[in-house]
Design a protein around this ligand. Structure first.
Ligand code: GDP
Length: 311
């Protein structure tokens, strides 16, 4: 991408899209097309077609998605599959029709089977049953990958797919019912500290293992792939290391400085037992992560606590 290329970031206000935008700006890119959901409803095919015809973006980062943690995925099952299928179908088809030079689609590590061997390689997609709690979301993301590959095969479109691991960073969702585990625990420990509470409740058993990547690392990896990777299939983006939810809780407790105890609510689901990406494909292409989990957590906690000085 040359520095004045016209770039459309779908979902630029979300955690992923805003990180891509920050990274590209820092690198010297200036020619962005950015529309929030009230200006452009990506589930509306006519609106998306009209937008692409008028703007004719050269490059597209498709980061717009309905996303959430284990409870949100499990509760809003219809919304998660419907909205994601509509957004990705509309944007990918319009990108084909208007001759977009390259499109990058964001998937998710939940596209892999619930009991996939660990760490999970790209070729494990569609080799087993999915985790029930986020199956509708995962099906929509698998459809997105297949859309990119089908438009590449039939029409020669340079559309690529990346599978990020669990992400965290600026513009994350901290709503306790709908958020992912990492922002939820930051909020829970922070509020417990401010309120002098004696304990914090962590959902499930604490035994599941998850991998976490700072979204600024993801943005860097995606821009690296936008410049260098032109194949069908998918590329995992992660750190290649995971920890248990209990260990994550202890680390966040320490960084927040909470002195009470941790309790586990066994009535809440654990979800997939382990989700660790095999990142050897990305490593062999020439990219590895920079921000350690401890360093990344300190950064997000500094940002979060500065905005939430009182409960
Ligand atoms: P998942 O990776 O799709 O399962 O989504 P989450 O990030 O929401 O959950 C990851 C794991 O953390 C699951 O085992 C949850 O039960 C566990 N967990 C522990 N405490 C919390 C919490 O406060 N919020 C969320 N969302 N998950 C939690």
């Amino acid at each position: 991408m040359d520095l004045n290329a016209k770039i459309y970031i779908a979902g630029h206000r979300g955690m992923v899209g805003s990180a891509v935008n920050r990274f590209l700006k820092k690198t010297g890119y200036t020619n962005f097309i950015l529309k929030n959901s009230s200006e452009l409803d990506l589930t509306n095919q006519h609106a998306v077609n009209t937008f692409f015809e008028a703007e004719k973006p050269e490059y597209v980062f498709l980061a717009a998605a309905r996303v959430g943690g284990i409870m949100a995925n499990n509760t809003y099952r219809a919304d998660f599959i419907y909205e994601n299928l509509m957004m990705e179908s509309n944007v990918i088809h319009a990108a084909y029709k208007e001759g977009v030079k390259k499109l990058l689609f964001f998937g998710s590590s939940c596209i892999y089977p619930k009991f996939a061997p660990q760490p999970m390689k790209e070729e494990y997609m569609l080799t087993g049953l999915l985790e029930h709690t986020n199956e509708p979301y995962a099906i929509s993301k698998i459809a997105g990958i297949k859309l990119c590959d089908a438009y590449r095969a039939q029409y020669g479109c340079n559309f690529i797919s990346v599978m990020p691991t669990n992400l965290y960073g600026p513009n994350d969702n901290y709503d306790l019912q709908n958020a992912h585990v990492l922002p939820s625990l930051i909020r829970k420990f922070h509020e417990a500290k401010l309120n002098n509470e004696s304990s914090v409740t962590v959902w499930g058993t604490g035994a599941p293992r998850r991998e976490f990547l700072h979204v600024d690392d993801l943005a860097e990896a995606c821009c690296f792939l936008m410049g260098s990777y032109n194949e069908e299939g998918l590329v995992n983006i992660g750190a290649g290391e995971d920890i248990t939810i209990s260990e994550l809780a202890l680390l966040i407790k320490e960084i927040v400085g909470f002195e009470g105890t941790i309790e586990f609510d066994h009535s809440k689901p654990d979800g997939t037992p382990r989700k660790l990406l095999d990142v050897s494909k990305l490593t062999s292409l020439g990219w590895t992560y920079n921000i350690s989990l401890r360093e990344g957590l300190k950064r997000v906690y500094d940002e979060y606590s500065a905005q939430h000085l009182v409960n």
